[in-house]
Design a protein around this ligand. Structure first.
Ligand code: ADP
Ligand code: MN
Length: 374
């Protein structure tokens, strides 16, 4: 039912390490993870349902693509003419997936794995590739709902939370390195920074924005017209001007995102994040380097359809509702992600480190809400 050989590189990652995969339907992401992250998803789902509502649905774990399995390069190159390579991946150990049994049906295992994606699955011995630089050289993967699915043009913003970005288990070198970045960015001043961003620029060709200074901050894909902002982009802002990043995210005239849409989305995001704030204020937890993942429909036509479908859905009487079901189209989504260093623990009090970033985000969205109409 779920065939790991059909997994390919996830195209809608806004930040973070490489190595995130997706299935052919795009309904799920499969991400290298730690045991701690799996444990956190399990704990949240069993004991903290109000918080779990803001997490991607957890569908199970997979073991795949251990970099040590292929012995030579010839073992990993798809051998048959059509590139069919269902056997290129080691037999997966699937935990929880069958039991849950609600993964979408995938295509037959004849789907090819382009070399890039074979590498993304950790199969290329010569190129340590996506697993390079990861502290977790792991074959353990978590299977999650893809928060960006259901969107025609998902515009994505990853806000990395916390002024302290390391947990108690981190070595002094790592603490120092992360503290230095925090001190030089809005992580330190506001408790969050823009970790990455993807914004569709519309149907017509646009020129990439001018880049000043030495480092490349963004790239425009000329095929998709998606402008991807990398991790250095978010590091250029201060507490005083970080609102400009939110404007680049929410105001996209070339795509036809009007002020009306920007304002509506700002208000949608605001109320979701205020709810997250309330939940965090009422629970005892620690999350270091978790993110708020914001997604909205960047195609104005699809945004309108999704918004109208939502309004109809909410008007419907739940009882006699056969025709107007949830359309599956989404106007926006807000989730918390990245729980490699997260835990619930009685007696530790609320997570002020994370809350600082959440409250700052609320403030900036409120400022934006006031500014947009003018
Ligand atoms: P890390 O930062 O440790 O590499 P993350 O969990 O932050 O791992 O994932 C990296 C990126 O992948 C995120 O910035 C986000 O864009 C994307 N991503 C992760 N999980 C999901 C998900 N469930 N749905 C959609 N996108 C996701
Ligand atoms: Mn991350």
């Amino acid at each position: 039912q779920f065939d790991p050989s059909t997994l390919t590189t996830f195209a809608d990652a806004a930040a973070g390490h490489e190595g995130v995969l997706s299935d052919p339907t795009g309904a799920v992401v499969v991400k290298p993870c730690t045991e701690a992250e799996v444990a956190f998803y399990e704990k949240a789902n069993t004991s903290h349902p109000e918080f779990a509502r803001f997490m991607p649905a957890f569908m199970g774990t997979l073991k795949l693509g251990a970099p040590s399995i292929p012995q030579s390069n010839s073992d990993i190159v798809p051998s048959s003419a059509d590139g069919a390579s269902g056997s290129a991946l080691p037999p997966p150990q699937i935990e929880g997936l069958k039991a849950l049994g609600h993964l979408p049906r995938t295509h037959a295992p004849s789907t090819s794995i382009p070399p890039d994606d074979a590498s993304a699955a950790g199969l290329d011995m010569n190129d340590p590739g996506p697993l390079k630089g990861r502290h977790l050289d792991t074959e353990l993967h978590i299977v999650l709902e893809n928060v960006a699915s259901g969107f025609k043009q998902p515009n994505i913003l990853d806000l990395k939370l916390g002024a302290q970005l390391w947990d108690e288990g981190a070595k002094p070198e790592k603490r120092a390195r992360l503290d230095k970045v925090a001190g030089e960015t809005t992580s330190g001043s506001l408790g969050f920074r823009v970790a990455g961003m993807r914004v569709w620029q519309g149907h017509n060709k646009v020129d990439p924005p001018k880049q000043t200074g030495g480092k490349e901050l963004f790239t425009l894909d000329s095929n998709t017209n998606v402008l991807t902002y990398n991790k250095f982009y978010g590091r250029t802002f201060t507490a005083e001007n970080v609102i400009e990043a939110f404007k680049s995210y929410l105001s996209v005239p070339s795509a036809g995102i009007s002020k009306e849409i920007s304002l509506s989305l700002t208000q949608n995001f605001l109320s979701e994040i205020q709810e997250i704030q309330q939940i965090l204020e009422s629970q005892e937890s620690r999350m270091y380097s978790a993110s708020i993942l914001l997604v909205y429909e960047g195609d104005p036509v699809a945004w309108k359809e999704a918004t109208e479908a939502d309004a109809r859905y909410e008007d419907e009487d739940v009882e006699d509702d056969d025709e107007d079901e949830d359309s599956g189209k989404k106007a926006f989504a807000v989730k918390l992600i990245d729980f490699a260093h997260a835990r619930f623990e009685d007696g530790i009090g609320v997570d002020e480190n994370m809350l600082k970033g959440v409250r700052s985000t609320v403030k900036i969205l409120q400022e934006l809400e006031r500014e947009i109409p003018s």
